[in-house]
Design a protein around this ligand. Sequence first.
Ligand SMILES: *Cc1c(COP(=O)(O)O)cnc(C)c1O
Length: 417
Amino acid sequence: MEHFAYRHSDLCCEQVSLRSLAADVGTPAYVYSKAALLEGYRGYDDAFADVPHVVCYSVKANANLGVLGTLARAGAGADIVSGGELFRALRAGFPPGKIIFSGVGKTRDELRDALKAEILMFNVESLGELRALDEIAREMGVRAPVALRVNPDVDPETHPYIATGLKTSKFGIPFAQALEAYAEAASLKGVEVVGADIHIGSQLTRTSPLADAVARVAALVKTLRERSVEVRVVDVGGGLGIRYRKDEAPPTHRDYARVLLPVLRELGVTVLLEPGRSIVGNAGVLLTRVLYRKDTGDKKFVVVDAAMNDLIRPALYDAYHEIQPVAEARLGAPAETVDVVGPICESGDFLAKDRALARTEEGDLLAVMSAGAYGSAMASNYNTRPRAVEVLVDGNRYTIVRRRETYEDLVAGETVL
Ligand SMILES: *Cc1c(COP(=O)(O)O)cnc(C)c1O
């Protein structure tokens, strides 16, 4: 996270001080580094440079138009999982020919909209979806480019809520049924089989489950070719983990490519990648202000103005986020063990539990690190809290890429009887 570092005694995003930013836009605020975003994207683009490939950023990790537009302009494609994300991706300027549509429950309207937009590929997850897509495409007089998402049944060794490649998960077509499903797909007039797809989970910290999964897909592609089903695209999904704790060392883009490339190169396919977290996760922080301190005798609490509605990952996944004071001088204060909690009326509303932090005082600014992915994207209005402002920093300038919600925004669409 070298794009977030102390300069002139304040924590900065690139050249912008988070203290002056908080004074300008208020807290809580999501702050993103454009340089970090582009680095995340280019890391993949470079690592896969010697095979035909498209890095399709997984929109659900952070769907802000400022983030999407930055990646679209850099040349990325988009991996979407809903009609809403299709709308956003097109609005942000992704070429339809670089958009792939994943997800286990696409509605007929969503399929139709994506066919109309002429996207690159549909990652189909069930026979029911395949038949629906075929029917809609024939009605429209087009052929839908299709990959089947197969479930390779490997253990991604991650949190159960974000493990997707085990045979007990709802995702993909069971590996044992894949050949039969491809045979049906190849017989349909409304679809054109172009690829095979996997996505085994998120926050993967080892490459071996990915290697196993890709090996299984490669074997499948070879069998399909023997049966004259020509697969020319392999989508390896997303899921590469990021460093949340200082002592973690997840695989780099290079490590990831080194494991996958030999197999993919031999197949001679176009490679699609669907990274989300590893592009945007460490490109963002959640900036918050300490409201109160509280010592119950048994426990010390630091009550801040950000809450689980802004960042649900600690409550939902037991996730760890580093917390840093914005004022560098605070680092010298004696350490104490605290819970960092928000104002929401739930005991699950915490950003950190039993955390050793340098003592911080009321009014201090704190940065919740590594919050760029699945932070603002999963934010809600619980407790009728307006969603936070989002800011994209570029060098010594910043742009508000989403204004803070107003109370009027929150009740728009509702009716008093
Ligand atoms: C969530 C998701 C991704 C992105 O996962 P990350 O862990 O953020 O890289 C990619 N593909 C599919 C199908 C997904 O559901």
